[in-house]
Design a protein around this ligand. Structure first.
Ligand SMILES: *Cc1c(COP(=O)(O)O)cnc(C)c1O
Length: 556
């Protein structure tokens, strides 16, 4: 089938060997494309090649992070296209070529992903590095990258002969696509008819803004005037979120709550919500995948069948988890030398070390934590996550956690594992006993690591934010906490449940799978984008701001 949808994303986690992502946004994009290929969606995708990757992380004994480039060689994994395009940037002509990586779906359908690359001999040395490093460089570098993504990506798809109906801007980074469509003589209305925009963050730093002088220097006078002509500047800056909002017919947040929060941030645009998911086949551990294959053989092709995990015997659930935990324990020993005890209640916490995610929260009262481990039952803690190289607060967060854990080492075994990535994410979300999430509401737009955990029978202990507002059933899929109740709930509810009521704990594992694994997956998400966003027509009802029934958050 001819591609009708083009998906643009600054980062896409395509394969563990390709360091072309930094965190949740890229992992989500990769999972979404896999499920799109599973569904044989008529889709192509565009991103940048990032020959230097994001970075490799090392952490010393004091918790200090250092970074090294993480290069990869596109020709080992991708095919170079014959077609290249040219763009005018900073007064120079920049040649952009593309590497093709095919995402293969469950039924064999192939979804081509084009990784744009300016490392071409004929380019000026300043331009050859534009696509080298994900989230590296200064504002001029970032603007050039986003121009290559939005303007270059559009031009490439045209050169390849695609006739695209819907362009999906996965986050504002690709918003210059709107400008590209305008440059082709479309008015704003017909541009809008063709664009769909997903916003991913209520954190202001997540919304790219560029000074007008810089826009003038990098994009040139003519493009600046075109942006001004559609009122495309916001507060005298090029704000990529506002440009995307202005140029899109369908706009959504990534969880119901995030839709509401985004509606409050951007009251002049109707904002819907489609909750994120994870690719079930990719994130189910080998142990649970084998168990599902035995009991619900069609779960890979159709994730809705995970609902029927409710009929799997608890002993099988427990055995599968024991297997995943043993495998994690071995791997952690091999990587770090730390020998975890597989009989001890193990809490996992792994995510980007951004301050709003508050990795330190569990350690705010170390004496209380020590007392819980002594009174309620032994605890082990497994942490991981990278701070952006220029995020000093994020790095301080890692140091704080490592120092606090050090002061508890007589009672609580702790490990901070370097270099959080897809492989480690899969190992931890399946191997620990509970998945901790402590964001500062409403900053967690969705979160997806807890969905991976749920699929593997690992309940969440989480602040009610993002997806967890929807996935939370108290004592059934996990537990809600806030800053004040975290310790009490651990001591009185969670740890006793684990040690004193193992059948109850196994039942919670099972209902995490049947209630949350069956819904918080990218198969459902792709179907919602197709129905609500991509293949919409005039017969659809007038779009309104979301009126969503939210679960009560009063009890718990
Ligand atoms: C799933 C995943 C994330 C996203 O986790 P959050 O819950 O959104 O914090 C980030 N990085 C990696 C490597 C992942 O696998």
């Amino acid at each position: 089938m001819e591609p009708r949808v083009a998906y643009f994303s600054m980062e896409i986690a395509l394969d563990p060997a390709l360091p072309t992502y930094s965190g949740g946004l890229g992992v989500l994009a990769g999972d979404f494309l896999r499920s799109s290929a599973d569904a044989a969606m008529p889709m192509v995708a565009v991103t940048l090649a990032y020959r230097n990757g994001y970075f490799r992380q090392s952490i010393d004994d004091a918790g200090k992070q250092s970074e090294a480039p993480d290069p990869w060689l596109p020709h080992t994994r991708c095919t170079l296209l014959d077609t290249a395009i040219q763009l005018e940037l900073s007064g120079r002509t920049v040649t952009v070529r593309a590497w093709q990586y095919d995402v293969t779906g469950f039924g064999g359908a192939k979804l081509p992903v084009y990784l744009l690359d300016t490392e071409v001999p004929e380019n000026d040395p300043r331009d050859r590095t534009i696509t080298d490093t994900l989230y590296g460089g200064d504002a001029a570098y970032r603007l050039a990258q986003e121009a290559v993504l939005g303007l270059g990506g559009l031009k490439l798809l045209e050169a390849l002969g695609y006739e695209i109906e819907s362009y999906h801007l996965n986050e504002g980074h690709a918003a210059l696509l709107v400008l590209g469509l305008l440059e082709r003589g479309n008015d704003l209305g017909s541009v809008r008819d063709r664009c769909v925009f997903t916003t991913h963050t209520p954190v202001p730093a997540g919304h790219d803004r560029f000074m007008v002088d810089l826009v003038h220097d990098v994009l040139g006078e003519r493009r600046l005037l075109a942006l001004e002509s559609i009122d495309g500047l916001h507060e005298a800056q090029l704000n990529m979120t506002y440009l995307a909002l202005r140029g899109s017919r369908y706009i959504n947040g990534v969880a119901m709550k995030h839709g509401e929060v985004s509606q409050g941030m951007f009251p002049h645009y109707p904002i819907h919500a489609i909750t994120n998911g994870v690719h079930a086949g990719r994130w189910a551990s080998p142990e649970f995948a084998a168990l599902f294959d035995r009991h619900i053989p069609e779960w890979r092709a159709d994730n809705y069948y995970l609902r029927y995990a409710v009929g799997i015997p608890l002993t099988d659930i427990r055995d599968a988890h024991d297997g995943a935990k043993a495998r994690m324990t071995q791997e952690i020993k091999a990587r770090t030398g730390v020998a975890l005890d597989p009989t001890v209640f193990t809490i996992g916490f792994a995510r980007r070390a951004a301050t709003y995610k508050r990795a330190h929260l569990l350690f705010d009262d170390v004496e209380r934590l020590r007392a819980i481990a002594k009174r309620a039952g032994p605890l082990q803690l497994v942490y991981a996550g990278k701070a952006h190289p220029r995020d000093e607060d994020g790095k301080a967060e890692i140091r704080g956690v490592v120092e606090a854990a050090e002061s508890l080492r007589d009672v609580i075994r702790f490990v901070y594992i370097e270099n959080y990535d897809l492989t480690l994410g899969a190992l931890l979300t399946a191997g620990v006993d509970a998945w901790l999430n402590t964001p500062k509401p409403p900053m967690e737009a969705s979160g997806t690591s807890g969905m991976k955990a749920a699929l593997n029978g690992v309940p969440s202990i989480s602040i009610l934010d993002g997806w967890w507002i929807e996935g939370w059933v108290e004592g059934v899929t996990g537990w809600s906490i806030d800053e004040r109740t975290l310790y009490d709930k651990l001591e009185r509810v969670v740890v006793p449940c684990y040690y004193e009521h193992p059948d109850e704990y196994a039942a919670i594992r099972r209902s995490s799978i049947s209630l949350n694994g069956s819904f918080f997956n990218t198969q459902r998400m792709v179907a919602q984008y197709a129905t609500n966003a991509y293949f919409a027509d005039e017969k659809r009802p007038e779009r309104k701001a979301p009126a969503v029934l939210m679960p009560s958050t009063g009890s718990g």
